[in-house]
Design a protein around this ligand. Structure first.
Ligand SMILES: [Fe+2]
Length: 175
């Protein structure tokens, strides 16, 4: 494992053990520094890497996963949340267009009505925290190298995904 990555993962588990999800801002700040380290980027990604993800680190005590994602160009995701888990997203190369969404109908209704909220770009060296339940969507007009840190294995927990059959967007994100 790359030395900087190893130090970063030690710091992340330390922050989580002492502060829990209240330390997400600290983790995003540290991830930003890691993403600006050219040796880390060169050790973690290379040009010929196909689109996909791989686990760089997992700590069974805190449950945290650090994953490297190669995002293919021209990919637009639908609104989703990470359920009870949090996430921190950061880019090593390329950019992510991020939209945060807010629910405008009562939580007692089964379907979701969403309105676009904040919209911004995560560029190389940028990282942002996403607390549990926050609905967001990502767009990658160009190929991008992304690091995603999550509080648990997202494939194993219930999470929200936009369902075009019943959910509705009332205020789309501005282009
Ligand atoms: Fe996400």
């Amino acid at each position: 494992m790359n030395y900087r990555l190893e130090r970063f993962c030690e710091d992340v588990t330390q922050v989580l053990r002492s502060k829990g999800a209240a330390g997400l801002g600290d983790i995003a700040a540290r991830l930003s520094l890691l993403l600006r380290d050219s040796a880390f980027v060169a050790d973690t990604f290379h040009e010929a890497m196909p689109a996909g993800k791989r686990v760089l680190f997992h700590d069974p005590v805190t449950g945290v996963y650090v994953q490297a994602h190669v995002q293919a160009a021209d990919k637009r995701g639908t609104p989703h949340s990470h359920g009870a888990s949090w996430a921190v997203y950061g880019n090593a190369r390329g950019y992510t267009k991020m939209t945060e969404w807010r629910r405008t109908n009562p939580t007692t209704e089964e379907h979701m009505v969403l309105a676009a909220g904040e919209r911004y770009t995560i560029g190389p060296g940028d990282a942002r925290p996403y607390p549990p339940g926050m609905i967001h969507s990502t767009e990658h007009p160009e190929k991008a190298w992304v690091i995603r840190i999550t509080g648990t294995d997202l494939d194993r927990i219930p999470r929200y995904r936009f369902d075009p059959a019943k959910d509705r967007i009332v205020e789309p994100a501005a282009e």
